[in-house]
Every structure is written in structure tokens, then in C-alpha cells.
Write a protein that binds this ligand. Structure first.
Ligand SMILES: [Zn+2]
Length: 523
């Protein structure tokens, strides 16, 4: 029958394809092994082809084979010769790598045995450690992917500055202050962007680290230090700040501070929820827009924790750290997003450093009065759009301010909103700081209310209040601390919705406010 004939034809075609594929595969194998041996011995070839082009397993490297024996169980997809890696992917045992590349893993793969991760469990041992290392002894046990500073780590390993088997010595690195545990640490809705047990890793999970040879690292560190800012010496001179020998140590305005450094650790379902999206959408976007760097975002749905390679935060606590969580004393807080040009290099066209210094001074005063003063510094340069975008925008305002103003007037539009529109034109978004994850640190510190919020930002305010932490008073930057050339910035922000106890200018009034430059208008 005709149908039978058709079926035979299809089968024949399939057999043909199969045979062709087999011939192709054997040719590829033969070619790759020839290329591999000649490339190894031929330094004259171009840099890319110097990398050995070999099957995944280097038969000659017995050491690497042994070291890799444990991890080999999790390797798949390329092992059966169904495909060969390109030369650029081929591993080299000479560079301290194992002899096979693990491209990705799957939950039900033989050998995959992730350590328990029950995010939000109040008992750290029940919760489980965050394990991200791909070291041979640990790769099967991972329950997290990514890694802060992982790009620099990769460079250090590749350039042989760092032995991949190096394990840190945690002797005498215990946190310099006790913090928590607080009930918030056991609430998977309240903390989704940091590991609440991150400062205690080497001690809480000592047994697992030692007995099961699992490589894990702290993501929080706590230390005590002194700090000195020239403006605070002026504060003492002018009598605004009085040295007490404890918080403000002397007439130079030196301060005693407890610092908490925190690297981001994201619990993906919780992060997705904060942004009002589903976990799969978040995973897909992270995968795509990191150049496909983390395939396990897609293949390992069982891994819920991701350490994004982005900047973290630092808490500067003045006074006794235990008072931060004490509801019976007052708390002053400044949440500050990085502006390197102003914060460090003193650029006078925005209010970033003045507000930072004001925040520190007010925090110190609160601590001196028996309360607690906290400044939290987030690495989110230029609204988390980066300095390149920020400077492009600044150039626009610096070189064409009249044009921007003229256009706004001509169209009769609100100038303040026009500033934000300019940002959107360049970056595609007004702001990428996304304060939704910011309040986690407050929950971690045990903060339940804020008496004085040293910020005018409506986004920060709304994020904190939205997380159930009331703000009793919002404090503006005093006029005398605003540099003349950044008046325009602050007025634009106020008109666009920032907090003020004073006058909110109309768009028309705002037109009369002129600064020398229009740079840094909205970070
Ligand atoms: Zn700034």
C-alpha cells in the first residue's frame, strides 16, 4: 500500500541519517585527536588552537583522573562522544582544572546529592549551609550557584595566582560583635537576599565542612574599626558634635564603629515574589542576561539559592550593636546608595557625600544619646546603572542644558519629570536600584522601627514601610549642607516626589532654579 511505501521511505532516510552521523562522529574523533596531539607540541599555532583539542578525558593525566573521580559521576552529555567540545572549552589539567568540563548538572543525575537547604528554617542546621563551590569534593553537594567576586576568583585561578584547592583558615576570624539570631532570620518572606547565618558558617557548619569535606565560605563578616572624616573634625570645631570618648573619640572627630560586610545571597522564590514575578521568569532572565553563565538556573530547579556577582553592602553601626534591635531606644538610619564621584572624590554637583556625612553625624549623635545610629552603604553606583550610563546622562545635561530646558519649556512639560525621562531615554529605565530587596538587612539587624530616617527618597521609604517596619520621622538634608550647585538636583527630586517637610516647588518655580551644571541629576 502507499502508506507502507511511505513508511519504508522514512525508515530508509532515518537509517541514512544515522550512518552519516556515525561517519561524521568518527571523523570528528579522529580529527580532534590528531589536532590535540599536534597542538600540544606546536607553539607556533594561534593562541586559541594552542589549547589542547582532546576528548574530555585526558588519558595521560592520571592525577587529574583520580582527583576527578568523585566529580565524574555528575558529568554527562559529552561523555559518550555524541559531541566534542570546541578547543576553547577543552580543559587543561596544567591550569589546575579537572580533566573534564561539567557543563551543567541535573537533579536526578547519579551522584548528585545536594546538602539540605530549607530556606527560612530558624534552626541553622535544619536550614543547611549555602554551598556554591565547584571544588571536586563539593560539586555534588552544592545547593547554590553563582558566587560573589567569582570573576576575580576565576582570573586568580586562571593566572595561577590562586591554588584552586586552597581552603581558608578561619582561626580568629569570629565576628567582632554578636548579632541575633532574631525571629526574622527564620522568616522566608522577610530575608530573601542574604544568608542570615552567613557570618557563622565556619563554626555553625564545622562538622559538615570537616567530616564531609565540603567547601563553604562566609558571606558576612563583622569587625570593629575607627574612622576619620575631615567633615566631622569640622563638626567638632563648630560644636555640632561633642566628643564623648566612646562613639566620637576626640576633637579630630574620629569615630568608633562596628562594620558588617554582607554579600548578596538570593533565595530565588523569595526574590521573584518581591518583584511580583514567577520564579521561572526570574531564572530565565538571569540565565539569558548573564550570557548563559549559569545553566543550572534552568537545569537545576531543585537549587533555589543564587549568589549574584554584584556588589553587596556595608553596615556602619555607631554605639552598641545590640541596641539596633532594642525597641526601647531610638534608632537613626541612613540608607545610602553608592555615588563614587561624590562619596569618595568630593564632586560638588550632587548631594551624595553631604547626605552621607549628615547621616553619619546624626547617627553618632543618636548613639551618644543612648540610642543607636546606623548607616548602610549599598554598592549600587549610578542608580545601579553604572558610571558609564551615569556619565553619558551627565554629558547630555552638562553640554546641552539650555536645550533640555528649552525643549521642556517649549512643550510646557514638567522639567523634573523631564530629567527622569532623559535617564529613561538612555538607560531604558529610570532606576535599577530596585529597593525591594534593601529592607532585608534591616530585618537581619533585628530592626523593628525607625525613629529618624535620614533620607528623602520615597522609594527607600516605601520599601521599608512595605516590609512592615514603621518610619516615625523623615529627616531632610539641612539647607546649609546642600552645595550651591546641587540645589537644582534636590529640587528636581522633591518635585518628582522625594520627601520634604518644606515647600514642594511647582514645575514653573523649578524652572527658576539653576545650577552651574546639570550633572548627576537623579542618582
Ligand atoms: Zn551623587
Amino acid at each position: 500500500m502507499a502508506a507502507d511505501g511511505q513508511q519504508d521511505g522514512v525508515l530508509d532516510a532515518l537509517r541514512d541519517i544515522q550512518q552519516t552521523q556515525q561517519r561524521l562522529l568518527s571523523s570528528v574523533e579522529s580529527l580532534t585527536s590528531k589536532l590535540g596531539s599536534s597542538a600540544l607540541g606546536s607553539p607556533a599555532l594561534d593562541p586559541a588552537s594552542k589549547l589542547p583539542v582532546t576528548p574530555l578525558l585526558l588519558e595521560s593525566d592520571k592525577d587529574a583522573k583520580q582527583k576527578d573521580a568523585e566529580a565524574s559521576a555528575v558529568i554527562q552529555s559529552f561523555e559518550n562522544g555524541a559531541a566534542q567540545p570546541s578547543s576553547a572549552l577543552s580543559p587543561s589539567s596544567r591550569q589546575g582544572f579537572t580533566s573534564r568540563i561539567v557543563l551543567t548538572t541535573y537533579p536526578k543525575q547519579i551522584g548528585i546529592d545536594p546538602l539540605q537547604m530549607d530556606w527560612g528554617n530558624p534552626d541553622p542546621l535544619q536550614r543547611g549551609p549555602v554551598v556554591v563551590s565547584r571544588a571536586a569534593s563539593t560539586i555534588r553537594r552544592r545547593n547554590a550557584i553563582g558566587g560573589s567576586y567569582s570573576i576575580y576568583y576565576a582570573l586568580a585561578v586562571a593566572s595561577k595566582e590562586l591554588d584552586v584547592d586552597h581552603r581558608p583558615d578561619y582561626t580568629n576570624t569570629e565576628p567582632a560583635a554578636k548579632i541575633g539570631p532574631f525571629p526574622q532570620w527564620g522568616d522566608k518572606k522577610k530575608i530573601v537576599a542574604m544568608d542570615p547565618w552567613g557570618h557563622l558558617v565556619p563554626w555553625t557548619f564545622k562538622d559538615i565542612m570537616e567530616k564531609e569535606n565540603v567547601d563553604m565560605r562566609p558571606t558576612i563578616a563583622i569587625t570593629k574599626a575607627h574612622m576619620k572624616l575631615p567633615e566631622l573634625e569640622e563638626s567638632v570645631k563648630s560644636g555640632r558634635l561633642v566628643p564623648d570618648g566612646k562613639v566620637c573619640l576626640n576633637k579630630l572627630g574620629e569615630l568608633a564603629v562596628t562594620k558588617f560586610a554582607v554579600e548578596p545571597v538570593w533565595y530565588l522564590p523569595g526574590v521573584a515574589e518581591r518583584f511580583g514575578i514567577d520564579e521561572a521568569t526570574l531564572r530565565r532572565s538571569l540565565f539569558e542576561h548573564t550570557g548563559g553563565s549559569y545553566p543550572e538556573l534552568i537545569t537545576r530547579g531543585d537549587i533555589k539559592v543564587f549568589l549574584p556577582p554584584i556588589g553587596g553592602l556595608t553596615v556602619y553601626c555607631f554605639g552598641d550593636p545590640e541596641k539596633m534591635s532594642d525597641e526601647s531606644v531610638r534608632l537613626s538610619l541612613r540608607i545610602h546608595d553608592e555615588c563614587n564621584g561624590s562619596d569618595v572624590f568630593g564632586s560638588d554637583i550632587c548631594t551624595c557625600r553631604p547626605y552621607l556625612i549628615f547621616g553619619i553625624e546624626e547617627a553618632v549623635k543618636e548613639a551618644q544619646n543612648g540610642g543607636s545610629g546606623v548607616v548602610i552603604y549599598f554598592r549600587k553606583e549610578g542608580r545601579a546603572l553604572g558610571e558609564v550610563t551615569k556619565y553619558r546622562k551627565a554629558t547630555l545635561f552638562t553640554q546641552y542644558p539650555r536645550k533640555v530646558v528649552y525643549n521642556a519649556r517649549k512643550r510646557g512639560e514638567d522639567r523634573a519629570s523631564d530629567y527622569f525621562m532623559r535617564t529613561e531615554n538612555i538607560a531604558g529605565v529610570k532606576d535599577m536600584r530596585f529597593q525591594a530587596l534593601m529592607p532585608d538587612i534591616l530585618h537581619w539587624l533585628g530592626i523593628k522601627k525607625i525613629d529618624r530616617m535620614l533620607s528623602m527618597s520615597n522609594m527607600k521609604h516605601d520599601a521599608i514601610v512595605g516590609q512592615g517596619i514603621p518610619i516615625h520621622e523623615r529627616v531632610e538634608l539641612p539647607d546649609e549642607l546642600i552645595p550651591a550647585d546641587s540645589r537644582v538636583e534636590i529640587d528636581a527630586k522633591i518635585t518628582a516626589g522625594y520627601f520634604t517637610a518644606g515647600k514642594r516647588m511647582t514645575a514653573e518655580e523649578l524652572q527658576s532654579v539653576q545650577g552651574r551644571l546639570w550633572e548627576d541629576i537623579d542618582h
